[in-house]
Design a protein around this ligand. Sequence first.
Ligand code: C2E
Ligand code: MG
Ligand code: MG
Length: 269
Amino acid sequence: LPGYSLERLQLENQLRKALEEDQLIVHYQPKLHLASDRIRGAEALVRWQHPEQGMLLPGSFIEMAEETGMIVALGEAALTKACVQASEWYHQGPAPICVAVNLSVQQLRQSNFAARVEQILLDTRLPASMLEFELTESMLLEHVDAVSTNIARLQQMGIRLAIDDFGTGYSSLAYLKRFPISTLKIDRAFIGELGEGTPGARNQDAAIIRAIIAMAHSLDLVVVAEGVEHDGQLEFLKENLCDEVQGYLISRPVAGAEFTELLSESSEA
Ligand code: C2E
Ligand code: MG
Ligand code: MG
């Protein structure tokens, strides 16, 4: 089998075991709402507490999980943990936080996906309005019945839907009409060069960001900028009325307990 190294097979077996032994954890990265200067949302990002290699980031195992189908179980484990945490923030404070969970298209192809989500919300006592799913453009261009049925049911339940990495996909905007999307997340590739690099590229990125914000607002969508690392980027996004920002400038993704601390500090301020 080409590409199947011993190392890769070992990693597959280890991930299977990690799912059984609950080695996956979820970190949370805040999204700052600019108009109120408050944290109202967080993105849930999975990490693997590997017994020998320490904490692994999704870049080193998500692709393999997709290829082996383990992403379905991994995704459900991450979703459940995120809902438990969001429920704690909702019922015990310091503040209700809408938690955004990344989905794989393989989860959306499962005919029972929406029903599973409904059960997880019940089990964790989380209102659907405190959950958001991040989808990518390509998922909305899949013409598979189960995918569109699941998306419609999730929206009917009151779960928010966001388009992740907006602007890098297929540039087909037709799905914005067909699907009940609430949020666009501008890909960090457009944010990265703002205020840096060559003036030409900078101006083009600025123009693209302004255009995405204008389009999103005229469609009544919330716009989030990801990958915000510098003050200059934040200033530009404020001036241009972007709704929320996420990035290292605000905070790196942190463990749930650390996020709770961050929230208590910011609500005292
Ligand atoms: P994403 O959904 O686009 O998530 C944002 C990524 O950007 C995260 O990387 C985050 O740590 C990183 N990031 C945040 N702020 C900054 C910044 O200011 N600068 C830079 N350079 N990077 C920033 P992470 O955690 O490594 O996640 C990578 C990808 O893995 C995610 O991309 C998402 O597509 C995927 N992923 C993570 N968790 C899950 C999950 O539970 N299920 C699925 N299916 N995919 C997941
Ligand atoms: Mg995401
Ligand atoms: Mg993204």
